[in-house]
Write a protein that binds this ligand. Structure first.
Ligand SMILES: *Cc1c(COP(=O)(O)O)cnc(C)c1O
Length: 398
């Protein structure tokens, strides 16, 4: 019986070209992956620096397994805090230039644990329309009053702030946005956001998931690149994209971090991440802050530049992407907007036949009718791989 219910629901998804399936990768992550026995050039991962299968990170994980085993055994506040967790957090705070840091089992866990610790019922949370699902879920879970402002729309944000000041005087107001948006690759106007935040006495949570490792000195993100680090109250990020491992983090003041240790439920009520992952993530942070890391980041910048030159611009946020922002703060994400769900799937399939792995991104990850290919370049791609992809896209696009 239940089978029928779900089968019907799935059929409804299928008719709208919105059904999703898992794909089995039979190899390590990298610029070439094995997809059901076929080698494909991979333009779909967030492994921007090629660290997911890096020898140094692998060695760090293996050494930590030898010393600490595979499981943390308990939650962080009970007995699961092992030396690698604390070493990682010290390294994160030093790298980001904040007083303290806290790691979570994922970026998603960081978001859904942190937002409800920052705002509660009767407080106000203002989110950019294109915020990641984890931020939206965290905001919902907090029970605070939620308002969404159109993507990067400072005027609307300002009127929400005025409204909050008027209607919810004395309550906490939290602005939530990303520095690099995950499906569009454009940037938030951070300086202007901070001016508004200060004027209205609000707090800012900035999710740098797709900026760290890619943008800023030592890959510290957009806030650091714009020398605005000090002004961002809550700096969020993930260890699972450019850092190549798994986990999320929050960086900020000592008191913020101590508060999260006491209040973030996804941190408190979940077993600590495996110590080997913390050790590998720490190796990634060390790498980013090293001359080799800087070199790898420059290589990534070259690849991004090549992609900008070769791929006609199909980004919805043209001004941000290629106009206003300067080269050193452009992201590694290239949306190729197709529109119709089925058309995006067809294009992805055609590319796969030619040896490229670039999945279609559809609703509800992006708005209905704005289906796209989400192309990501990494430092591990060769120039030749990038050229051949751009050529194939041009050829296959009517
Ligand atoms: C991927 C992502 C997250 C979640 O991080 P995970 O470590 O994958 O759970 C959060 N925010 C943004 C903007 C992301 O792109």
């Amino acid at each position: 019986m239940t089978d029928d219910i779900f089968a019907q629901q799935l059929q409804a998804l299928r008719t709208r070209a919105l059904d999703r399936h898992l794909r089995e990768i039979g190899s390590a992550q990298g610029p070439i992956v094995d997809l059901v026995g076929k080698r494909l050039i991979n333009f779909s991962s967030n492994d921007y620096l090629g660290l997911a299968n890096d020898p140094q990170l692998r060695e760090a994980a293996i050494a930590a397994i030898a010393e600490f085993g595979v499981g943390a055994g308990a939650s962080r506040l009970i007995s699961g805090t092992q030396s690698p967790h604390l070493r990682l957090e010290t390294a994160l705070a030093k790298w980001k230039g904040t007083q303290a840091a806290l790691s979570f089992s994922s970026g998603y866990a960081a978001a859904i644990g942190t937002l409800p610790a920052l705002v509660a019922k009767n407080d106000v949370v203002l989110l950019d329309k294109l915020c990641h699902a984890s931020l939206i879920d965290g905001a919902r879970l907090s029970g605070a009053i939620m308002r969404i402002f159109p993507h990067n729309h400072l005027g609307k944000l300002e009127s929400h702030l005025e409204w909050a000041q008027r209607e919810h005087a004395g309550k906490r107001v939290l602005i939530v946005t990303e520095s690099v948006f995950s499906m569009d690759g454009d940037l938030a106007p951070l300086r202007e956001l901070l001016e508004l935040k200060k004027r209205f006495g609000a707090l800012l949570l900035l999710d740098e998931a797709h900026a760290i490792g890619v943008i800023g000195p030592n890959g510290r993100g957009v806030a650091a690149a714009e020398k605005l680090n000090e002004d961002v109250d809550v700096q969020m990020g993930t260890l699972s994209k450019a850092l190549g491992v798994s986990g999320g983090y929050i960086c900020g003041s000592r008191s913020l971090i101590d508060w999260l240790i006491n209040r973030a439920r996804s941190f408190i009520y979940s077993t600590a991440p495996p110590p080997a992952l913390a050790a590998a993530a720490m190796a990634a942070v060390d790498f980013l802050a090293s001359p080799d890391g800087e070199e790898r980041r420059l290589l990534l910048r070259q690849r991004i530049k090549l992609m900008q030159e070769l791929l006609p611009n199909r980004s919805p946020a043209t001004a941000n992407r290629f106009g206003k922002t300067v080269d050193h703060v452009s992201s590694a994400i290239f949306p190729w907007i197709v529109g119709a769900e089925q058309a995006a799937i067809d294009l992805a399939r055609a590319l796969q036949k030619e040896g490229f792995f670039v999945p279609a991104i559809r609703y509800p990850t992006v708005a209905k009718g704005s289906a796209r290919l989400r192309i990501t370049v990494t430092a591990a791609h060769t120039e030749e791989q990038i050229r051949s992809l751009c050529e194939a896209i041009a050829r296959l696009t009517p």
